[in-house]
Design a protein around this ligand. Sequence first.
Ligand code: ZN
Ligand code: ZN
Length: 523
Amino acid sequence: EESRQKSISFAKASLTKLGQFDTSLLNATNASDYHILKNRMESMVWYGETFKSHEWNPSNYNVAGVFGVILNTDYKAKDERLRTIFRRLENVPAYYEAAKATITQPTIPHTELAISQNKGALGLFEKSIAKAVTESSLTDDEKKAFEGRLGETSAAINSYVSFLEGKLAEIKDNGTARDFRIGEELYNKKFPLDIFSGYSAKELYEKALAEKKRVHGEIIKISQQLWPKYFKNEAFPENALVATKKVIDHISVKHVERNKFVDSIRQQIPELEAFVMERGLLEMDPEKPLVVRETPEYQRGFAGASINAPGPYDAKANTYYNVTPLDNYSEEDAESYLREYNHWLLQILNIHEAVPGHYTQLVHSNKSPSLVKAVFYNGAMIEGWAVYTERMMLEEGYGDFEPELWLMYYKWNLRVIINAILDYELHVKGLTEEGALDLMINQGFQEKAEAQGKWRRATLSQVQLTSYFTGYSEIYELREKLKGKAGDKFNLANFHNHFLSFGSSPVPIIGELMSDEYLNNHK
Ligand code: ZN
Ligand code: ZN
């Protein structure tokens, strides 16, 4: 509690100091840093005083993450890292006692999550760290002391797990669990703090509904066009969304072989780079190549592909595109995964993750050196940019306007739109699980397992699921606005390079810094 109060006081004092700046005098880098810091400090106060998830989300408390990073990151000799672990372990029992004293009325899903994650944490201490200690060159005395401390750690975690199991039974029996839906009032405040959007939560929700309608219209048109090609002797079904699903399923069988999954991604990156450069869509830096690699063992949670970018203090390191091979999949699961990431969707995934999506954005971002932005980046801008590039690339002619590619793109894009709708309806309008599954499966063409996983994620988080759609919409609109103003003189590459030069700042802030008024005042 003392530490929490200290953070809140710090944030309030910082806000007072920030209030003394005349922001109109700041240059673009400082002005955007200023807004990011102000938003951060306001968030700290609100989270600590109003949102208070420390009282109802028991999964906030888990020591595995930080110890895992120390164990697995090669920043110093391993024995030294083990000694750091040993020193920090001393505080684990006090940490969990503080957690127990803080939790008042948890929600059911967060309690269940905390139980399973803390049980999972045991393996790190009892297996990975214990094994590392045995294999280390620590002295016998050190090893003995370590063993004792690992025992105390396991006991502390187990005691927290039992506390939560008791709490879970209690809240289930008495019906006193806190609702995992945060409700309209908290949502309306959390949305602008987390996303930093030009829209209100409700405006964004309404925008998503309208966009779903537009995309359904487009996707149905393509299905009607493709239908005779794949189902010559069958009439187009009465329900156009059912027909669309049928076309999607039918063409999804075109995919790479499971043992060529990683290679095919490796081959595709240069093709995307070549397209971007030939069309002059934005600047690419040949000095900062993207390294495609198989995901290292310790990072393999679930299958997939993701960008592993160097941290702000390590900006010269390689950027890796981690791709998990499908080695551990059953024949059936591999097939289902490959159908999802079929021939067309895999290209869209590579645009999103790599070129000109996340990887390209991060290379640009590192050129606007700002520790504030490196540490407090805006998630909606980063995800929004990646989603924006999918549409931009297709609109610029990547894939030669092949209808199948556009069909898959719209299916993928619907997921982003539906995430935003789902999040708002669940937390603000009381959407049920049944309603959510109907939305995702019947209107978003998602598989049942995927939809169930997303439902769970939506009960555990709030607002984050809207970040992709918000950032994407705002970037697209900013571009259209500037295009409308510049008319014939609009240059897409200049827009992209200028937009990316502000680093990972909130889109509305970038929009302001790109406006004529701002540019005229800061010549
Ligand atoms: Zn197949
Ligand atoms: Zn992304």
